[in-house]
Write a protein that binds this ligand. Structure first.
Ligand code: FE2
Length: 363
């Protein structure tokens, strides 16, 4: 086994938002998070929310001069920092810089009565950063300045961990950022997907999935592919440049998780009815998957030689048509659902043909 040259212990995901209180309440009431800590600083206030291994920080600016408020004015609510918890920040930062990382903040200490944290940060696409955080000499919940808050225990909705996080970058820039993750952090390319594989209205993008040496951190990176405006172009327009497009959270029981979210009013992408005829054929030998239930809830299914996966996409969870969530259940498969592009396209074509036949009066 090769030694991990850039060990990552976990991820803390920070969103810059207009209202930390409103976003926190949304994540608690709808997505089952528990608010555990709060920090008030000169230019910002933050709330830490957790559900199993998922740690979200929502931060709002205090006053128009706040860099947080300026970030939100430019991009809308969205992801600012995909922070890596690492065993040694100075070592990680030094290595990253030697390998061509773009500096954001050199290593420095932050202290309070819970101990000392070492922090640094490097940049990635758009205005997104990767903080590096070392908490080996810290007993607090997050970072200095955060204090525990009382909140009633939230049973959650079965979200366990972040499966992957997708970044959208400009046309022609995907390989630049693929190389950045490979050079700086030793990530490798798990899957590549180009518009030459399948070109449909669902696939006007190119995508490469980069993962770290343990396979626990997975970053698909998309760029628009066709000349026609794709949803990646739309994202880049409304987000004011590159950024995180969606966050996929894993559940062991997607049916229960999605039922709960639907009861709470969450809206998901609609799926053509015919798609489930295709899935029924593809999953004919998989007894555990009830296609009627998937169809009822609009859950997508994909499979490969290693197993299968079930996934669903929310509509944007912010005001602009930018950031959304994915809920995913993996049963062996490491797929990212690229097989669904073809299936969705075929389903739409079948429905179109049926409609045209009906209009001609032959059905
Ligand atoms: Fe995804």
């Amino acid at each position: 086994m090769t030694k991990d040259s850039f060990p990552i212990l976990g991820i803390d995901l920070e969103f810059f938002v207009r209202s930390a209180q409103t976003t926190a309440q949304f994540l608690v009431d709808i997505f089952g998070f528990t608010e555990v800590a709060y920090a008030a600083r000169t230019y910002s206030t933050s709330r830490l929310l957790v559900q199993n291994d998922i740690r979200f920080i929502v931060t709002e600016g205090s006053g128009a001069d706040s860099p947080v408020a300026q970030h939100v004015a430019k991009h809308g609510d969205g992801v600012r920092d995909i922070a890596f918890r690492v065993p040694d920040v100075r070592e990680a930062y030094k290595k990253a810089m030697l390998r061509g990382a773009i500096a954001h903040m050199p290593p420095h200490y932050e202290c309070d009565h819970y101990g000392t944290v070492v922090c640094a940060a490097i940049r990635t696409y758009g205005d997104t950063i990767h903080s590096l955080v070392e908490r080996t000499r810290y007993s607090g919940l997050h970072l200095p300045g955060f204090e525990a808050v009382w909140s009633s225990p939230n049973p959650g909705i079965g979200l366990i961990t972040i499966d992957h996080m997708v970044g959208n970058v400009e046309r022609g820039q995907m390989n630049r950022w693929v190389k950045y993750y490979a050079d700086v952090m030793g990530f490798t390319n798990l899957i590549s997907f180009t518009d030459k594989d399948i070109k449909t209205e669902y696939t006007a993008l190119m995508s490469k999935v980069m993962q770290n040496s343990t396979g626990k951190v997975k970053f698909p990176i998309n760029e628009p592919a066709s000349e026609n405006k794709s949803h990646v172009d739309e994202y880049l327009h409304y987000n004011g440049g590159p950024g995180v497009q969606h966050i996929a959270m894993e559940t062991k029981d997607i049916v229960t998780t999605v039922r709960t979210l639907r009861e709470r009013g969450v809206e998901f992408s609609t799926i053509p009815r015919k798609y489930y005829d295709i899935v029924r054929k593809r999953f004919a030998d998989v007894e555990r998957v009830d296609i009627d239930t998937l169809a009822e809830l609009s859950i997508l299914a994909d499979r490969d030689p290693d197993g299968y996966m079930l996934q669903i996409f929310t509509r944007p969870v912010v005001d602009r048509p930018t950031l959304f969530f994915e809920i995913i259940e993996r049963q062996g498969s490491q797929s990212f659902g690229h097989g669904n592009f073809q299936a969705l396209y075929e389903a739409k074509e079948l429905e179109k043909a049926e409609r045209e036949q009906a209009e001609r009066g032959t059905l």
